[in-house]
Design a protein around this ligand. Sequence first.
Ligand SMILES: [Fe+2]
Ligand SMILES: [Fe+2]
Length: 169
Amino acid sequence: MLSQKLVDSINDQINFEIHSALIYKAMQAYFEAEDLPGMANWMEVQFQEEMSHADKMFQFVCESGCRVKMLAMDEPQNEYASPLDAFQTALAHEKIVTGRINNLMNLAQEEKNHAAQIFLQWFVTEQVEEESNANHIIAQLKRVKEDGRGLMMIDQELSKRVFVPIAAA
Ligand SMILES: [Fe+2]
Ligand SMILES: [Fe+2]
């Protein structure tokens, strides 16, 4: 059902999603240390989202009768110059993810694998939201600049984010 090339590529992406989760967990730790609990909460939810992306791909590979392999990961960036720096780093990372998902879709199309294309479509849509979320927060952070009150208001807003499991979404 899946070519070895597709299995290998999706397997790489499973590992990349877990690496993404690790990056957001490191950002959560940064925000916890900065006493910005709302932003820390947002990153915790982002961590859970990335793990759920990895799980969704994991299940797809397993259901296709293929084998998943866990790979070693690079250490994530732990220090950031500012909240804006952290969210800009998150956006840059999401743009890399979008490129990788598009490459996966290109491969599924080249191989005329319809099941894989339908499966990957969810991730194509998800990446639009991922980039939009980060862009929105970056715009707000730029607007408040160094204003402490503005920063606290954004932090309060981001404290409301809750993790929504994929199946229920
Ligand atoms: Fe993801
Ligand atoms: Fe993401």
